[in-house]
Ligand binder design. Structure first.
Ligand code: ADP
Ligand code: MG
Length: 312
């Protein structure tokens, strides 16, 4: 846990009910969401070496209760799941046209949109935490006031030594304009210790010519550790160890790239949490996402996530 003051990790964001096609007009119900996928793989990797909490707001309905129960069954800390009697979880449905997948969302009224309404809840959730992970999706779904609450809570946590990791995960459909993204994301990068962007998202929003430009832009905002994912291309990173570029291992039998970035984040963060250097952590992130893209869905089967030894 080099550099992380407490053996507790919190990922904060939205999880949704997922309806995945299983043939004809039949669907299998699951749960997914970027920060949730990352929390789940982090929890499986860290296991009993740290507490991993998923922080969000869900309903009091049976579906929300099933979600909380499934988290607890998989070993996550559910104490940061706030319950909202007026609202429910968002839902999305996957439509298959051959191998092409399209996603249909019903998330406009979700409880998660209110996850940062209460500054006291945020302070409690972030207390005694080694690492907080969030994404641009976490931020996109919030009101302006809630965004400010979240920024303030992250700044306070950092003053207590908590590290913050942030994946901008820019989804244009969740933002009113490119201007809104450009005005909001940098403020979150200013309270970030570890940035985990994907090159295609950044290029689309900021016209970055290459991954190096993403490193430069984010380190200019004061982020000490920047790791740029780029699909099958090399991961480029900047950290206290300097700059590096690391090719992913060749991956045979890719079935579904959904969740590749979320799994990478979990592998990277787990390795850093266990004391591995940034370069080694990139390799672990790449290994984690290589496994995920060889499986259908955004998460590996429970129990099959590779364990990683800690560094003393
Ligand atoms: N086609 C691919 N071949 C090999 N590795 C891949 C491929 N696509 C994704 N990955 C792995 O998953 C990681 C994250 O994928 P990426 O597509 O960059 O993220 P995101 O899902 O956020 O867009 C990459 O750094 C790489 O290790
Ligand atoms: Mg991504």
């Amino acid at each position: 846990m080099t550099g992380f003051p407490f053996a507790r990790v919190v990922a904060i964001g939205e999880a949704m009910v997922e309806m995945a096609p299983i043939g004809g007009d039949q669907y299998r119900r699951g749960f997914a969401g970027d920060t949730f996928n990352t929390a789940w793989h982090l929890s499986q990797t860290l296991a009993d070496r740290a507490t991993t909490a998923f922080a969000s707001r869900i309903g009091t309905d049976p579906l929300s209760s099933d979600f909380a129960a499934s988290l607890a069954a998989d070993g996550l800390d559910t104490s940061a799941l706030a319950r909202d009697p007026q609202r429910t979880m968002g839902l999305y449905l996957i439509e298959l046209d051959g191998v092409e997948r399209s996603f249909h969302y019903w998330r406009g009224q979700s409880a998660a949109r209110h996850l940062a309404d209460d500054p006291e809840w945020l302070a409690q959730t972030f207390a005694d935490t080694g690492l907080i992970h969030l994404s641009g999706i976490t931020v996109a779904i919030l009101s302006a006031t809630a965004r400010q609450n979240l920024l303030d809570a992250l700044a306070t946590a950092r003053r207590h030594g908590t590290k913050v990791s942030f994946d901008p995960n820019i989804r244009p459909a969740l933002w009113s304009s490119v201007t809104e993204v450009r005005e909001t994301i940098p403020a979150f990068l200013e309270v970030t210790d570890i940035a985990l962007p994907s090159f295609d998202d950044e290029q689309a929003n900021w016209q970055d010519p290459d991954p190096q430009a993403v490193l430069d832009r984010m380190s200019a905002l004061g982020v000490r550790e920047v790791v740029v994912k780029n699909g099958a291309g090399p991961v480029v990173l900047r950290s206290d160890d300097g700059d590096d570029s690391i090719d992913p291992p060749p991956v045979e039998g890719i079935r579904d790239t959904t969740g590749a970035g979320d799994a990478f984040n979990a592998g990277y963060l787990a390795a850093r949490f266990l004391g591995h250097a940034p370069g080694a952590a990139v390799r672990h992130g790449q290994a984690m996402s290589a496994e995920v893209i060889r499986h259908l869905g955004a998460r590996l089967p429970a129990g099959s996530v590779p364990r990683l030894p800690a560094v003393d």
